[in-house]
Design a protein around this ligand. Structure first.
Ligand code: 13P
Length: 283
């Protein structure tokens, strides 16, 4: 069933587990993810990032996500990930996404507050929830060695409280040393900073860049206020590796089997994450 973002996340926040938010680029992704969530009786978030519109246009993906969510046996939310403008967020809302993320992390603080607040006002008037971001979540491949990045890219504790109070967001994505993409070394997250942000606020927090995070850091995150974890690269890697194996091993590879391989690989990877995030049995 299509479920409210804030309801799924508030339940996770109270229960000290996290809901997986998986970036979906295809029918196989969607079917594999829903199957995993149903088999493990877990809530799940299907999301699409604006940066992926080139290969997965929002207008084509929205009906697929929505139909899959509505017919699922578990709570499913359909979420815009990293909306880059007010216009994209409004478009997603019109297409039926029931939560949107506005990513104003690169903007000066006041401007981030201003645009996020505007989006919250519009979204709330039609019952849609909002996630925003504060602090800089970088991209891998820019020299990270698994060491802590400079402290000034982390989300500031006092700013987080002011941002949440002034914008009225439902969830806040924070930067604690997490990065998007394929890590070249396992990162070490700043759990101390997470604890401080968590103690200062009582709102579900979001970890972006979930792929490649250590089991220990995942556990520390979900037990200290992270209620949503975004995963994209791990699903793409799982599908690519499974297709690679299939192409090497099969005598006569065919497209229909390849679709099944991708769906199965997605299902397996989503299941692993659901178990790690402890959302199984929480539907
Ligand atoms: P990864 O690709 O590192 O899993 O990051 C996903 C993400 O944060 C999407 O917003």
């Amino acid at each position: 069933m299509l479920a409210k973002f804030h309801e799924i996340l508030e339940k996770a926040y109270r229960g000290r587990y996290a809901v997986g938010a998986f970036n979906m680029l295809s029918l196989e992704h969607v079917r594999g993810t829903i199957r995993a969530a149903e088999e493990l009786e877990s809530p799940v978030i299907l999301q699409l990032a604006e940066v992926q519109f080139g290969c997965a246009p929002m207008e084509l993906m929205a009906p697929l996500y929505l139909e899959a969510a509505q017919s699922a046996k578990v709570p499913v939310c359909v979420h815009l990930d990293h909306g880059q403008s007010l216009e994209t967020c409004v478009k997603a809302i019109k297409l039926g996404f029931n939560s949107v993320m506005f990513d104003g992390a690169e903007l000066p603080f006041e401007e981030n507050v201003e645009v996020t607040s505007q989006i919250v006002r519009i979204a709330k008037s039609v019952g849609v929830d909002v996630e925003a971001e504060l602090g800089k979540v970088g991209l891998t491949g820019f020299g990270t060695s698994g060491k802590d990045p400079e402290v000034d890219v982390f989300t500031d504790v006092e700013e987080s409280a002011e941002f949440i109070r002034r914008t009225g967001v439902d969830a806040l994505a924070i930067a604690i040393g997490n990065l998007h993409g394929r890590y070249i070394a396992t990162p070490k997250l700043n759990i101390g900073r997470l604890k401080e942000i968590s103690a200062r606020n009582s709102l579900p927090l979001v970890l972006h860049g979930g792929s490649g995070t250590s089991m220990e850091d995942f556990k520390s995150c979900i037990h200290n206020g992270i209620s949503k974890i975004n995963v994209a690269t791990a699903l793409q890697m799982a599908a690519t590796e499974a297709v690679g194996r299939y192409m090497n091993e099969s005598q006569s590879p065919n497209y229909i089997e390849m679709k099944e391989i991708i769906e199965d690989a997605t299902c397996r990877s989503v299941k692993e994450h659901i178990k790690l995030f402890e959302s199984d049995g929480k539907a």
